[in-house]
Write a protein that binds this ligand. Structure first.
Ligand SMILES: NC(=O)c1ccc[n+]([C@@H]2O[C@H](COP(=O)([O-])OP(=O)(O)OC[C@H]3O[C@@H](n4cnc5c(N)ncnc54)[C@H](O)[C@@H]3O)[C@@H](O)[C@H]2O)c1
Length: 260
């Protein structure tokens, strides 16, 4: 796919680190001009990415960041809604401000950035692609992740609605739902004890977490012309986690180890 995004402009939210940074790297490699909209400065700035400070939950901040992209590049061909946060508590203990933060970052953030991008894509009349990062946690229930799972399921719904609204303008809207991926979001959970390493891999048939580039590749694919007839879909990228039925089977059902 090298060069698939020559002369294209990709706006990626939350690209200062983690999955967003890996997505930025892949779009750069394909020739795109890349803008990151993030709350904070990058852990390690990636040469070629323009880092803009923006809060995806704040309409004025999002509008100002897109206006900055207009001034610098004059077009938006791709939007990746990736910015995210996690707060873990049972329903009865969830602080209201944590509920709001998680819903606003994922769901409202996707809406605000998509609205800005769609406005520009329609006006330019050259189509476009939006890919949003959902989650396996929006498909299966994980205790303590009420607002996170609901926001991620909401992203899948908005993906379908905005796909239908914009298909006539040549805009495709899709989502990628990752399983557990090795980033600071997971490191934070391991540190504060809300997850444990062995719990994470137990349900994953592939027996390991995803690397950020394994999420970035499908995102770039869905944004590319190679996915020209795909819209309104969520691609689950989770090593088989959400299709796993029973974790344990009888010994006699286990395959024989390979011959030495
Ligand atoms: N890591 C995983 O296992 C995993 C699994 C499924 C889905 N996801 C999703 O992938 C996306 C990226 O996650 P990650 O693991 O790279 O997380 P991360 O914490 O490493 O990076 C998230 C980035 O989003 C930015 N951000 C947070 N709130 C923002 C806001 N209001 N405005 C702008 N930027 C903001 C942060 O500053 C950070 O740079 C998130 O949407 C997350 O929910 C992650």
């Amino acid at each position: 796919m090298a060069g698939d995004f020559m002369d294209k402009v990709a706006v990626i939210t939350g690209a200062a680190r983690g999955i967003g940074d890996a997505i930025a790297a892949r779009f750069l490699a394909e020739g795109a001009r890349v803008f990151s909209l993030d709350l904070g400065a990058p852990d390690e700035a990636r040469a070629g990415v323009t880092y803009l400070t923006a809060n995806v939950t704040d309409p004025a901040s999002v509008a100002a960041a897109f206006a900055e992209v207009d001034r610098a590049a004059g077009q938006v061909d791709v939007l990746v809604n990736n910015a995210g946060v996690q707060r873990v508590a049972l329903a009865e203990n969830m602080k209201f401000e944590d509920w709001q933060l998680v819903i606003n970052t994922h769901l409202t953030g996707m809406h605000l950035c998509s609205a800005e991008a769609i406005r520009r894509m329609r006006a330019r009349n050259k189509g476009g692609a939006i890919v949003s990062i959902a989650s396996a946690a929006g498909i299966v229930a994980i205790e303590g992740r009420g607002p996170y799972g609901a926001a991620k399921a909401g992203i899948e719904s908005l993906t379908r609605v905005y796909a239908v609204e914009t298909a006539g303008a040549g805009i495709r809207v899709n989502a990628v739902a990752p399983g557990s991926t090795r980033t600071k979001l997971i490191e934070q959970g391991l540190k504060d004890g809300t997850i444990r390493g062995e719990w994470q891999v137990e349900r994953i048939p592939m027996g390991r977490l995803a690397e950020p580039r394994e999420i970035a590749d499908p995102v770039v694919y869905l944004a590319s012309d190679r996915a020209s007839y795909i819209t309104g879909q969520t691609l689950v990228v989770d090593g088989g986690w959400t299709i796993q039925g029973m974790v344990h089977v009888s010994d006699w059902l286990k395959p024989a180890p390979p011959a030495k």
